[in-house]
Design a protein around this ligand. Structure first.
Ligand SMILES: [Zn+2]
Length: 290
């Protein structure tokens, strides 16, 4: 089973996770820029983080045989902090970089006017840079949040077929699908979707334009949830081709809209700014099944 996790925050994960992900079939990830838990107090903190996503983390992933790309944005939560807003002016020079395959995560957290402004501005940036957008939908008031998100997307210059709406569930999937967006589902241990609910959604709506991610971060989460959904799909009677569509071809198709997706891990430089990181890490990818 080949797996592309289209939304995972590897900067908060360990090398054990990279090894386990490779063994489970993960060969590619996209890491969206997001909130770090500890609030940022200056634009400089964003820029160092973006540089981590563009240089250090792809280098680290490559040691484990995994291709790494990222999405860059001001996340919805920090769009409410005036100290963070000037990062919007810095985004254009990051959005032209080869490793950046979308603008994201953007969207709503608490649905404030400041979030409205940041979302609209960043959808415009996506349109200006020929990039698709990864749009986070809020965890509270999900359906109202989804409709408000769709209103802003429809008013933007970015067509819905270049938008991935993430953190969907049973209450929001139909409207997102109707709008013509790509459909993202985050599968978590306790909250959001689980494997069985995901299988039920796939049975009802089919696998077209559906992406499944672990959204693993520093909270309780599981970077192997993608594989577990693939196994649950097979157990429920889906074909290997349908599993491949959801776990590989759909994320490849969505992020290929950027024109920048390069899944050749070998092309990654053997050192990052002079640091070889080979501190006991395998010099070659861990063989599957180890
Ligand atoms: Zn996320």
């Amino acid at each position: 089973m080949r797996i592309f996790d289209p939304h995972i925050h590897m900067t908060s994960r360990t090398t054990d996770d990279y090894e386990a992900m490779y063994a489970a079939g993960v060969r590619a990830v996209v890491e969206p820029a997001f909130w770090l838990g500890q609030p940022r107090t200056s634009v400089a903190s964003f820029l160092d983080y973006f540089d981590t996503l563009l240089g250090w983390e792809p280098f680290r992933a490559a040691q484990y045989g995994i291709a790494h790309h990222c999405t860059i944005a001001l996340n919805p939560k920090e769009a409410n902090d005036p100290r963070c807003l000037p990062v919007l002016d810095e985004l254009p020079r990051y959005l032209v970089k080869d490793q950046v395959v979308a603008v994201g995560e953007i969207g709503y957290d608490s649905m404030t006017p400041a979030e409205d402004t940041a979302l609209a501005a960043q959808l415009q940036l996506a349109a200006d840079h020929g990039l698709p957008a990864l749009v986070h939908t809020p965890h509270r008031d999900k359906l109202a949040g989804l409709h408000r998100t769709l209103d802003v997307v429809r008013e933007s210059a970015l067509p819905t077929e270049r938008v991935l709406l993430d953190h969907l569930n049973e209450t929001t999937v139909a409207a997102a699908r109707e709008a013509g967006c790509w459909l993202g589902f985050s599968v978590y241990p306790d909250t959001k979707m689980d494997e069985q609910r995901m299988v039920a959604v796939l049975k009802e709506f089919g696998p077209q334009r559906v992406l499944v991610n672990s959204a693993a971060d520093w909270g309780r989460s599981d970077p192997l949830k993608t594989r577990k959904v693939g196994d649950a799909m097979l157990a429920a009677g889906f074909t290997e081709d349908e599993v491949d569509l959801v776990l590989w071809r759909n994320p490849v198709a969505f992020y290929s809209l950027s024109g920048r997706l390069d899944l050749d891990v070998a092309a990654t430089a053997p050192t990052h700014e002079g640091n070889s990181i080979l501190r006991g890490a395998p010099a070659h990818p861990v063989p599957a099944g180890r």
